[in-house]
Design a protein around this ligand. Structure first.
Ligand SMILES: [Zn+2]
Length: 463
């Protein structure tokens, strides 16, 4: 592109503002579209500055005068959303509440304490009754780049917003929800929320859930008349920072057939742990004692490192790991301080995959009597590949959680869907009713609020 011509158009645009603006904007837009970015840095900057100086929609064109925003569960504007907690989501028979004939508070998305909404105001569309808005999730750009990466951006990604009240030019989406677990998306359809009896599955317009990342945002976009308006909200609040870190050290007894395969730990158990705790804003990552020999380290999964350790003296597959042997393991493999220095009873959670526990019926154990056992959990051969994760449950104990039995007397907090249920019900495995949820309501043994309790644990750090 000839830069003289570009300059002419820019100049013409600047001079012509007062006389023939709509035409000028169109022409500049077309010009920018036709030009590649490589020969235009100056021009783009100048037009951008000009438009910035003029403010949004200086010419009263539509829909750039439209506004789009995210609303929290009480329909107040918000710049952050959290993952759905699946609280109030299940009926007494562990059935997911998603009957399109039900009212919103009796549908799991509408009942979730982390539900949110999209609100569009377009005064040029008064009386249209409904409008469509696209929405998706993205991850922050990787260091050195500037483009966010899509996390869940299906080709059909719209939701219908209903003019509320009628003839107001204000359009409201049904309640929406973010999840950390792709399994949830594949196994939970959502009613439209429009009272039309329709239900949608993942990947279709009108579906009311998206996979999100705690290191990203949620985005909405409304397009009309060749232009668009977008809204963005962080996943979890950033100021103040809501997210916290959850450092894990993982040890695996060497050379035992009963110990889960490394690939199972990397690709199934660790991701399960991660998505359970990401739901409440905790980033679980693996940490390693700097003194660990390279030969004992194994890397995999999400840039994770685990450590192979020898079984303690006297360990037998016929009796399983005894408490004394567990103490020996915990003593010789201390936790790490926040600076990575090995310190007995420091602030990392240690998961020991030992294959077999004594008694052999135990899937996992947190001794919970302090000392070298502080933050140390022991897991037998049960992983989220064969059942729900014993490791995530035992970690909950290390994070000061009691069992979630009995359930709270009020609300629909069925204990069977809680991570901390004692004695998981295998009939829920393979459905979204699996025991992996954590809630922010007093319940269970000691009436603990799980969200608040975990976040106060010394094993979580500011994000
Ligand atoms: Zn337990």
């Amino acid at each position: 592109m000839n830069s003289t011509v570009t300059d002419y158009y820019i100049k013409r645009f600047e001079e012509g503002l007062s006389e023939d603006l709509p035409g000028a904007v169109d022409r500049v837009s077309h010009l920018l579209e036709r030009l590649g970015p490589e020969d235009l840095p100056g021009a783009v900057d100048r037009v951008s500055h000009l438009l910035e100086r003029l403010g949004p929609d200086p010419f009263g064109l539509k829909p750039s005068s439209a506004t789009l925003e995210f609303l929290d569960k009480d329909k107040n504007p918000t710049n952050s959303v959290d993952f759905g907690l699946w609280d109030n989501a299940f009926g007494p028979t562990n059935n997911l509440l998603n009957d399109p004939a039900s009212a919103e508070p009796d549908i799991f998305v509408g009942a979730d304490s982390r539900r949110f909404f999209i609100r569009l105001v377009d005064k040029s569309a008064v009386g249209k009754g409904k409008l469509s808005v696209d929405w998706w999730t993205e991850k922050d750009p990787t260091p050195g780049t500037s483009i966010p990466l899509p996390v869940d951006m299906p080709p059909a990604n719209s939701v219908t917003c209903i003019e509320t009240p009628s003839a107001s030019g204000t359009f409201l989406s049904p309640s929406l929800m973010l999840v950390t677990d792709p399994f949830d998306l594949d196994h939970a359809s959502t009613p439209s929320g429009l009272g039309d009896g329709k239900t949608f599955t993942r990947g279709t317009n009108g579906y009311r859930m998206r996979l999100g990342s705690m290191f990203g945002n949620i985005v909405a976009e409304y397009r009309a008349g060749g232009t668009s308006v977008t809204a963005k909200a962080n996943v979890f609040g950033r100021s103040p920072e809501v997210r916290r870190q959850l450092p894990l050290q993982i040890f695996i007894l060497r050379g035992l057939a009963s110990v889960p395969a490394l690939s199972t730990i990397f690709n199934i158990d660790l991701p399960f742990i991660r998505l359970v705790y990401e739901r409440i804003g905790l980033f679980a990552f693996t940490a390693v004692n700097p003194a660990t020999p390279a030969d004992d380290r194994r890397k995999g999964g999400f840039d994770d490192t685990v450590v192979l350790v020898d079984p303690p003296a006297g360990f037998s597959v016929f009796t399983g790991l005894t408490k004394d042997q567990a103490r020996e393991l915990a003593t010789s493999n201390p936790g790490l301080s926040s600076s990575g220095i090995p310190v007995p009873m420091a602030d990392t959670i240690r998961i020991f995959y030992v294959g077999l526990l004594n008694p052999l019926t135990d899937n996992g154990v947190y001794y919970g009597d302090g000392g070298v056992f502080d933050g140390a959990v022991f897991v037998a051969n049960i992983t989220s590949a064969t059942s729900t994760s014993a490791a995530a449950h035992e970690m909950g104990h290390a994070l000061n959680l009691n069992h979630f039995n009995p359930p709270p007397p009020l609300g629909r907090y069925q204990e069977k869907q809680n991570l901390m249920v004692q004695g998981a019900d295998m009939s829920t495995f393979g459905t979204v009713a699996y025991p992996g949820r954590l809630w922010q309501i007093p319940g269970g043994d000691g009436s603990q609020n799980q969200y608040d309790t975990i976040r106060k644990s010394k094993f979580t750090r500011p994000g």
